[in-house]
Write a protein that binds this ligand. Sequence first.
Ligand code: GDP
Length: 480
Amino acid sequence: ETITVQELANRMSERAVDVVRLLMKQGVMKKINELIDADTAQLIAEELGHTVRRVAESDVEEGLFDAPDAEGAQTSRPPVVTIMGHVDHGKTSLLDAIRHTKVVKGEAGGITQHIGAYQVTSPLGGLITFIDTPGHAAFTAMRQRGAKSTDIVVLVVAADDGVMPQTAEAVNHARAAGVPIIVAINKIDKEDANPQRVRTDLLQYEIQVESLGGETLEVEVSAKTGDGLDKLLEVIQLQAEILDLKANADRTAEGTVIEAKLDRGRGPVATVLVQRGTLKQSDIVVAGSEWGRVRMLVDDKGGTVPEALPSTPVEILGFNGAPEAGDRFAVVENEARAREIADYRQRQKREQAAARATVRVSGLEEMMSQIKTAGRKELPLVIKGDVQGSVEAIVQSLEKVGNDEVGVRILLSGAGGITESDVILAAASKAAVIGFNVRALKEARDAADRTGTEIRYYNIIYDLVDDIKSTMSGMLSPER
Ligand code: GDP
């Protein structure tokens, strides 16, 4: 446990220079933005006449998330679906078409409002929740914050255009998250539509659809004419039944923030996806470093509701500040606890920012020491190279260096420069990005800074493999 000199001074409302001076008197030479350990910090605080109460993360956040449920408490819940695919293949059109046919018609006079997610009823009678922000970045950004918010990915491929780079990227993202894919072949109304080509193209990405004897469910649709939409919803429900999705509704709520904003009239508004429990009016919620008492819950039709069950998206009014998309939220027992957690996290945020500014702790070795998986330890990597041939050679060599205890796990490999999307994908799995004879785009470097993701560059395959080898041997014996 450590704290920067500045942060310690802030918490005591003392001047940082005075803290530095006191430290010097104790023989500890530190600059304002450097870290000191908890014992030293306590000594200094007491010297200055402050009472010290140490708060550890485990004290603050203990039991906040994922407390185990009693057996038998689980009941089934609707699937949460994200639509992904290449640009212009019809993601937005499909989301709109589904919403309009299923929501507006159903609710007499109902006006749908965009809150970041919505629910519809499938023709088979089950509810389905759609995340209304298409795009891989949002999906992966949420996952990166530890939020598993999607049960099923609908992969949209335009029948007139076929499989495109972002189609492949979407497949990689879904795979990395371990989320099943349903293929929606869109724009079948078009004259030059060639759905069969989409099916065969997908084989290259190891997606074999049902009509070709595989296991991936597929549907032909047209967001324009509405053809196939009912079928798509049925197939989603089918897939959900296979997944047997369950949650305990009978407990305090927790879930994920999908969108949050500061609304001029209504103050901070956060759309959350309830993932367990039932969220109720007057509940006290914490999300990220913000908290509040639920003043009002608003559903995707713009109506006020008294409560929200698992897999339901709902707007929360009553936060003191807007949390961030991807933050997890939880209901806590009282305001004091909510404030304690929010304060703690706010401090933590400041400290992390300060620490990032001074030391760049990173390194694959560091990362590996954090991976505590039982059994075979795996080093997750994203590999980009200048040409497909060298990428393949690298992947093959790296796969060979593993053994029973350690090995690499390649999340994504391909030819081309390192993109922001590559970095986000890597960050979500705490992977490093390897560039072979390629550089990272500026957005990618920014994303790497933001997420603390390491990018390593090489121009000799031997060096690359050697480096990864020595990293892995470091993984073998943490006690050494
Ligand atoms: P996104 O970038 O994946 O969200 O794609 P959009 O939903 O914005 O669609 C891109 C373009 O394709 C728009 O001009 C849509 O009107 C058109 N489009 C989408 N779905 C269909 C469809 O099923 N049939 C036809 N003919 N056009 C479509």
